[in-house]
Design a protein around this ligand. Structure first.
Ligand SMILES: [Zn+2]
Length: 103
């Protein structure tokens, strides 16, 4: 049991106003506390949970897309390395050829 911050009476959080957190007595007196009640906090948590879920899946898809891009980049880089190796070999062959011709 927590005490009501306004009237000082022991009141269960479940008997308080779901949205304002006011105890039944304060509510009867027409007082509207500006502080958020337990219900509001739960509601906010649910809303945050609800809205953050699609965000997480979007992030996951973005990450997987990034992985794909990295894989493609790696592939392209591997191909470039292969091409570079072939080019170097060709250049070496050409040099050898040139040396041979020079003899
Ligand atoms: Zn009260």
């Amino acid at each position: 049991m927590a005490k009501c911050w306004q009237c000082g009476q022991d009141v269960s959080i479940w008997s308080r106003d779901l949205f304002t957190g006011a105890c039944p007595k304060c509510q009867a007196g027409g007082t509207r506390p500006a502080t958020l009640g337990c219900g509001t906090l739960i509601l906010i948590a649910l809303i945050v949970l609800f809205f953050s879920r699609p965000g997480i899946t979007t992030l996951e898809s973005q990450v997987s897309g990034l992985h794909k891009s990295v894989d493609e980049l790696k592939k392209a880089s591997d191909e470039q390395t292969k091409e570079l190796r072939e080019l170097r070999k060709a250049v070496e062959d050409l040099r050898k050829g040139g040396v041979d011709k020079g003899k």
